[in-house]
Structure formats: structure tokens, C-alpha cells
Design a binder for this molecule. Structure first.
Ligand SMILES: Cc1cc2nc3c(=O)[nH]c(=O)nc-3n(C[C@H](O)[C@H](O)[C@H](O)COP(=O)(O)OP(=O)(O)OC[C@H]3O[C@@H](n4cnc5c(N)ncnc54)[C@H](O)[C@@H]3O)c2cc1C
Length: 410
């Protein structure tokens, strides 16, 4: 018989949980214990049915996600895993993962039973890494002690703590003698006290330019893209990227918006003259709609020192020049970043020069590896931070496996 070779990952969704987390976007059934048995038997029937289509595959990973799968209880979980083992070609070293909250993972007896059933990844909160001299001996978790030869620390940063990353990794690293570059929120919206922001809140701009100057008048950022006015200031990709260059310990910044980055002053003035000539008898309230979004018109007329009802032919040259200046450099003073809870990523973290770049292994304590946002590495939006997490995660995972094989003399 031909050996099944194609790899297959099984994701098994367990929708039950104690309560719905506010960031959870998955289908979940809080407090629906009465439906668990029916769900599990339907699930097992479906697993058996689908298995008939996977005879050419070897399952190399089973992921029980949710909800809170551990909430299902040991007996039901064993039943599901037994069904998988019975109907699928399960690789001998398949990775079997169970999402668990500490309060539903159960005690050691439950964890051991799950281990016997095949689960070999548990989720717990790491509190400290223990070592005997230079040798790592294990991880102390909230629910117990995990002896190990190697550990990969991927605890994330301090931003968006809703997702579980609250900076624990920094304390773990420092306790081992690592240097941690002070963490701060990056890719974060910007706060301004400018009344213009409140007036234009909700206005989303495309293809505008954003330039940012520091307290000494030095240009620190210039890019073109999307920007969003909010009740607190500026957000959107341009504001987030700009924030990566700002250090508010030294004071505030001036951001300047170029609404027409494709036109220089001369070309823009020619466009204004053309538009004004075509609409000379219209009110500003209507005529300016050809140049800026509707919700921006009241702001622009204030800049020009005219009213919404001023006729275009009444606009003086100095007022047209004021409009031109506003369109090419709409200044917004920036007071500071939004709180770290709203930052997309964390800048700062475990100092890179203290790690082996090929394996991400600590140069201070062998067997300890770091990956992802806990590192002093960050980038713009666009997938680059996930790329950092995945690349360093792979290097660290392979490094740790290699280290363990070496330690076992394999
Ligand atoms: C809203 C939002 C949108 C984003 N969009 C993008 C995007 O489009 N592109 C992009 O590249 N990046 C994006 N990012 C950033 C990206 O998600 C992160 O850079 C990346 O997830 C970092 O991965 P990580 O595994 O290092 O850390 P995290 O994803 O933060 O994971 C850390 C994990 O460690 C766990 N943990 C923490 N402390 C402990 C402990 N003591 N014991 C055990 N576990 C612990 C946490 O619960 C968490 O599950 C976004 C981030 C946010 C918040």
C-alpha cells in the first residue's frame, strides 16, 4: 500500500468558554455546558466522515482552539483525540496543542491525563526561568513547574496588553542578566490639542503627504499615504509610521499635512485659479468641494478668513495664498502618543547583541532563546513585525531543538 505522505494540520474548534473576551472575534458559546456532549459527538462524527478524504495525508499537527478548549474537560478531550487517532494517519511526532486558560486547565492530574491522551503543549503563564549555575533547569509557571533543557521566550512586548503581552519577558530576561532597552509603544496614534482635529474627526484622507519636525525644527519623517483625523488627533498608517520616529521624552512635534503632494506650489496655484474661474459665482461652501473633502471645507474657509457663503470671485489673492499654504502645509502640533494599550507594537526589548543571531540563543545562559516582539526589533506596519516574529521564532525553535538534541547526545 502506498504510504500517505502529504502533511495535514487539523484545527478543531471548541466554542465553549466561561465568558466572552472583548477582543474575541471567534464563534464562541459562553456558559453553554449543556451543549458540550452533543457538540462533541457531532464533532467526532464529522471528524470520522472527513477522514475518508484524507487517506493520502499524514496529520502532523492537531490544534484544539476556541473558545477555551480546556473548559470541555478531560473526558471529552480524550474522546476527541481518540477519534483523531482512530481515523487519521497521525504522525508519530505530531504536534498536539490545546488552548487553555489557567483556571480551566485543571490540576496536575488533569494535565498528566491530557499528556497521556497525546497533548504535549500546554499553556500556562511563565513566572521565572530557573537554572543551576549556567544550566537551565526549568520554567516555574503559575500552575506548576516545567522541567526543561531549553526554553524559547516569545512573550511579546507591552503594547496591546489585551492580547496577553504584558511585558513578562523583560523581567525573565533581566533576571538572567540580559539588558532590556526600555520598551515603549510604537506604531501608535498621535494626540493633538488642535481644535482642527476635533472639527475634522472621522475624515479619512488618501494620498496625502505627512511631514514631521522635531522641537529643533529638524525634519524626522516624510511619507505619502493614508491619514485619519480623530477626536484625539491623528491616526491611520501615516500617523502610525511617523510615531516610530518620535521620542516624546524630548517634547512635542509639529506634523504638517500636504493635501496635494503631487502638485508643487506653482502648479497648485494654477489649479486654484482654474477652479475659481470655472466656479466664480459659486459659494465657497460648494466651490471648494472640487479641491478638498466636504467635511474639510469649513476648516479651509476659516484658514482663508472667509465664510462658507463668500462668493469665489470675492476671494482676494492673499486669501487664495492662505488656502494654498493650508493645502501644502496644514500644521498640527503633536502633544504625545496615545497610551501604550493602543500601540500596535513595542519598540525596545531584549538587546540583540546579547543573542546569537543565527539561533537567537542567549549568550549569557545556554538553552534560553528569545524571539518576536520581546526583542529590541521593530518595523513599520505592512507585515514586517509578524515577519520578525516568524523568522526569529523559526530560528529560535530550530536552535532550541538542535540544542536539546546536542544535550541528549543525539
Ligand atoms: C491590533 C494589532 C494589529 C497588528 N497588525 C499587524 C500587521 O498587520 N502586521 C504586522 O506585521 N504586525 C501587526 N501587529 C503586530 C504583531 O501582531 C506583533 O508584532 C506580533 O504578534 C508579535 O508576535 P509575538 O509572538 O512576539 O508576540 P505576541 O503576539 O504579543 O504574543 C505573545 C504571547 O505570549 C503570551 N505571554 C505573555 N507573557 C507570558 C508569560 N509570562 N507566560 C506565558 N505566555 C505569556 C501572551 O499571552 C501572548 O499570547 C499588530 C498588532 C496589533 C496589536
Amino acid at each position: 500500500m502506498k504510504k500517505p505522505v502529504k502533511p495535514l494540520g487539523l484545527y478543531i474548534h471548541i466554542p465553549f468558554c466561561k465568558s466572552k473576551c472583548i477582543y474575541c472575534d471567534f464563534y464562541s458559546l459562553p456558559r453553554a455546558e449543556d451543549r458540550m456532549d452533543r457538540y462533541v459527538s457531532a464533532l467526532c462524527r464529522q471528524l470520522a466522515e472527513i477522514a475518508q478524504r484524507t487517506t493520502a495525508h499524514t496529520v502532523d499537527s492537531v490544534y484544539l482552539g476556541g473558545g477555551t478548549p480546556s473548559y470541555l474537560g478531560e473526558k471529552r478531550l480524550r474522546h476527541i483525540l481518540k477519534t483523531v487517532k482512530k481515523h487519521y494517519h497521525l504522525s508519530r511526532d505530531a504536534e498536539i496543542t490545546l488552548e487553555a486558560n489557567p483556571d480551566s486547565a485543571g490540576d496536575w492530574r488533569t494535565l498528566r491525563a491530557l499528556r497521556r491522551a497525546g497533548v504535549h503543549i500546554v499553556q500556562d503563564r511563565a513566572l521565572s526561568l530557573a537554572r543551576d549555575g549556567e544550566t537551565l533547569t526549568g520554567v516555574a509557571g503559575e500552575r506548576g513547574w516545567y522541567p526543561c533543557r531549553a526554553v524559547v521566550v516569545t512573550t511579546g512586548g507591552v503594547s496591546y496588553p489585551l492580547t496577553g503581552s504584558t511585558g513578562d519577558g523583560y523581567a525573565l530576561a533581566e533576571a538572567l542578566g540580559h539588558t532590556v532597552i526600555p520598551p515603549r509603544g510604537s506604531l501608535v496614534p498621535l494626540e493633538s490639542e488642535s481644535p482642527w482635529c476635533v472639527q475634522m474627526q472621522g475624515l479619512s484622507l488618501r494620498n496625502v503627504g505627512l511631514t514631521v519636525w522635531d522641537q529643533r525644527g529638524k525634519k524626522i519623517f516624510r511619507e505619502q499615504g493614508e491619514l485619519l483625523f480623530t477626536h484625539f488627533g491623528l491616526s491611520g498608517p501615516l500617523a502610525l509610521s511617523a510615531s516610530a520616529h518620535m521620542d516624546f521624552t524630548k517634547g512635542g512635534y509639529i506634523a504638517s499635512i500636504d493635501w496635494k503632494p503631487a502638485l508643487d506650489d506653482k502648479k497648485l496655484d494654477a489649479r486654484l485659479l482654474r477652479e475659481f474661474a470655472e466656479r466664480s459665482n459659486q459659494d465657497c461652501a460648494n466651490a471648494l468641494g472640487a479641491l478638498v473633502p466636504r467635511s474639510d471645507i469649513p476648516v479651509m474657509v476659516q484658514w482663508m478668513g472667509v465664510s462658507l457663503h463668500t462668493k469665489v470671485h470675492e476671494i482676494r489673492k492673499d486669501q487664495r495664498m492662505a488656502l494654498l499654504a493650508a493645502l501644502k502645509g496644514f500644521a498640527i502640533p503633536i502633544k504625545g502618543p496615545r497610551p501604550v494599550e493602543e500601540a500596535i507594537i513595542t519598540a525596545g526589548g531584549v538587546k540583540l547583541s546579547e543573542l546569537d543571531p543565527k539561533t537567537m540563543q542567549s549568550k549569557k545562559v545556554p538553552g534560553v532563546f528569545f524571539a518576536g516582539e520581546v526583542l529590541d526589533a521593530d518595523a513599520y506596519t505592512g507585515g514586517f513585525n509578524l515577519q520578525i516574529a516568524w523568522c526569529t521564532g523559526r530560528a529560535a525553535g530550530e536552535g532550541a531543538a538542535h540544542y536539546c538534541r546536542g544535550a541528549e547526545g543525539l
